[in-house]
Design a protein around this ligand. Sequence first.
Ligand code: MG
Ligand code: MG
Length: 247
Amino acid sequence: MINIKTQEEIKLMKRAGQIVYKTHQYLKEYLKPGVTTNQLNKLAEEYILSQKAKPSFKGLGGYPKTICTSINEEIVHGVPSDYKLKENDVISIDIGACYQGYHGDSAYTYIIGKGTKEANYLVNHTEKALYEGLKIIREGIRLGDISHQIETYANKYKLSIVRGLVGHGIGKNLHEVPDVPNYGHKGMGPLLKAGMTLAIEPMLTLGSEQINLTSKWVITTQDKSLAAHFEHTVLVTKEGYEILTKG
Ligand code: MG
Ligand code: MG
C-alpha cells in the first residue's frame, strides 16, 4: 500500500525537505580542493541538529555517518572519510533529514573546479534526467510513466542507467513502497494519487551500468567510469507535483 499523506504529514515533510535543501546549500560553499568529506559530514550534522531534526541515514542499517559522499566512480553510499577533495573530482552528496518523524531525501552531484568535458556532460544530463522524470508527475499517471521518461532521456544522451538502484516512496520511513526504477514502461505500475510522496533519483554513468559493492557500503561502477546522482523528494498533487527538497 502506498501511503497517502494527510495535510499535517505533508506539513512536516515540507519542513524536513526544507532542512535537507538548506543543508545542501550550506555545504556547497565548502566544496573546494583540500576539504575532507568528513568535514562536510560534520557541517551537515551540526546544521541538521541545529534545525531540531535528525540525520536520516545515520544508524540506518548501521550506517556510520550523516551524509553520503560518493566520489568519481562511486555511485552511492560513499562514506565520509579523511579523503581530501581535489580538482576535477565528481562528488555526489546525498542528504536525509527527519523532522518530527518525517523524512526528506535529496542528492546533488558537483564537480570540483572546472572538471573534464565528459564529467560536465554526465552531471548536466543526469540533473536534466531527474527533471524530465518530474515534469509529467500529477495524479492519474502511472509510476512507469516516470521511469520511462528518465530512461528515454538517458538513452537519448547515451548514458547508462544503474538498474540495480532505484528511487522510493518516503514518509515516516526513509524508504517506503513503491520502488521507483529509472527505467520502465509507460502505462505500467501503480496509479499515482495526490498526497503520495516519492524520492525520484536517477543514477547515471558514462560507462557500463554494472555495479560493485567495494566495501560494506560503497557501490561503484564496475568499469570505474564516472557516475552522477540527483534526487528530490516530491509530493504528487491533483494538478502536478511539488518538490519538497527545494527552496
Ligand atoms: Mg538520497
Ligand atoms: Mg533516496
